[in-house]
Design a protein around this ligand. Structure first.
Ligand code: HEC
Length: 450
């Protein structure tokens, strides 16, 4: 019941909107179930999360990774050598060092994530809590501002050039990521998310050339459904590449399909305080040749053509305003999200200089398929601590882009936290932990619900 009681911390007005959209769009039968779980009888596991800097797949296999490159190449577990070192690694890596050229002022390099897990015949339920670095809820998402002529991005993450140069404010949503896999992905259980982190990724030392990415037949296609050309390389698995681990050496469609059919990809859930929480869900991705949203229709969508013209604005008849201003972003009574079905109307009239609108919308009305598998994820923030409860079917029925779990099974999870307006690689991450569905020899054991 904690979830319900604390919902108001996202701002009084926003919580009314959230509640309204929740009543409008959800089926009471399932939400009652998840909200009555007695978490007090389940004990916390506390995985250690630390700041990884630019410790990429390639760096870990280079001589720079002292006397460990061969072991890492041969698949030895990070924890084999780094057990109990997360706090010191985080402390070293979060300040300026060989793996961190752009340190973030006052960033904490280490934290514990509290995790409780439960399951029944159908669902895995997870309850998280963690302390965030920010002194307020991180529910400001992605915004664009009209300058009288055109729209441009407003705000960015703290390692972005424009924020470092003080041309843009530091605005970026808080997030929790859960990466999940099993032995079908070679050495994932040993080396976790480091398998997906490469030198060519955005924000990494050998970031791929934007034009080359835009011309790549596969990687450029990430957002093709929205008419947007992708210019950045995001997480990928080494097994998806034909020559070594080069970002552009993507295997053929047939080879990728074969890997997918064998379950040789990772499942990735991202809960976002601004972009998914107001809709009560979490985004469902998978990682093989690139990080992409699962099949079906995601409720998280671009607002129209984004910089080329938003489609939706706030409903002034309900809220008293149709756009935001810079000052409104710090006003807890103003909604920061466009949730279709509660607070939005199609854009009309003309915009004036300084008008701000969310760059994304949440539309659960058309959401469907694998992209909607995490159909319950509700978090609250109070006095610096997030509490988040989510559920997901053990067998989602979507083996082509989800990890299929079953009672008695043991899986490998890795966690990440972005907070206080940090983005891209500036997260804290865990070494992989084991999760059992029911009693088992695992770091996190999902309690079997009566
Ligand atoms: C065979 C043992 C071994 C394995 C396996 C191993 N490491 Fe290391 N790692 C080391 C040693 C030794 C160092 C050097 C420590 C030092 O410089 O003080 C190191 C250094 C590092 C550093 C740099 C820390 C610093 O002080 O700059 C990072 C980051 C790191 N390892 C991450 C990992 C990750 C992630 C994995 C798994 C993918 C991993 N290591 C696997 C032994 C290992």
């Amino acid at each position: 019941m904690q979830v319900k009681a604390k919902r108001c911390f996202f701002g009084v007005r926003a919580s009314v909107i959230m509640l309204a959209s929740w009543m409008l769009l959800s089926t009471p039968a399932w939400s009652a179930e998840v909200e009555t779980i007695d978490w007090s009888s389940i004990s916390d596991a506390s995985p250690r999360l630390f700041y990884p800097g630019q410790s990429s797949y390639q760096w870990l296999r280079s001589d720079e990774h002292k006397k460990a490159s061969n072991e890492t190449k041969s698949g030895e577990a990070c924890l084999q050598c780094h057990k109990g070192e997360q706090k010191s690694l985080g402390g070293i890596l979060v300040v300026e060092n060989r793996l961190e050229p752009d340190p973030i002022e006052d960033k904490e390099g280490y934290k514990r994530l509290k995790v409780r897990a439960a399951h029944d015949a159908t669902y895995l339920y997870l309850r998280f809590s963690w302390k965030s670095d920010g002194d307020r809820v991180g529910d400001q998402g992605t915004f664009m501002r009209f300058d009288g002529t055109e729209w441009s991005w407003y705000g960015n993450h703290r390692q972005h050039e424009a924020v470092i140069d003080e041309e843009q404010p530091a605005i970026y949503p808080d997030r929790l990521g859960i990466m999940m896999g099993d032995s079908q992905v070679p050495i994932y259980s040993e080396q976790g998310c480091w398998l997906t982190c490469h030198e060519a990724l955005v924000g990494m030392p050998d970031e791929a050339d934007e034009d080359e990415v835009a011309e790549h037949p596969v990687i450029s296609q990430l957002y093709k459904d929205f008419g947007i050309i992708n210019r950045y390389v995001r997480k990928y698995l080494p097994g998806s590449r034909s020559e070594g681990t080069d970002w552009d050496a993507v295997k053929t469609a047939d080879e990728l399909k074969a890997l997918r059919n064998e379950g040789g990809f990772l499942d990735l859930i991202i809960w976002d305080a601004a972009l998914t929480n107001p809709g009560g869900f979490a985004a469902d991705f998978n990682v093989l040749e690139m990080k992409q949203v699962d099949a079906g229709k995601s409720p998280l969508l671009p607002n129209g053509k984004m910089l080329a013209g938003p489609a939706l604005m706030f409903d002034s008849a309900k809220l008293g305003y149709s756009v935001l201003t810079e000052a409104d972003l710090d006003d807890a009574s103003k909604s920061k999200y466009l949730v279709v079905g509660s607070s939005t109307v199609p854009v009309s009239g003309t915009f004036k200089e300084g008008d701000i609108l969310p760059a994304h919308i949440i539309d659960k009305t058309a959401a469907d398929g694998s992209a909607m598998d995490v159909d319950y994820a509700r978090g609250t923030w109070e006095d610096g601590t997030y509490t988040l409860v989510m559920r997901r079917k053990l067998d989602t029925g979507h083996p082509e882009d989800d990890l299929i779990m079953q009672p008695g099974g043991i899986y490998s999870f890795s966690f990440s936290i972005h907070d206080n307006a940090t983005g891209k690689r500036a997260h804290l991450v865990s070494f992989p932990v084991t999760v059992s569905i029911g009693p088992g020899t695992a770091d996190i054991q999902a309690a079997t619900l009566p």
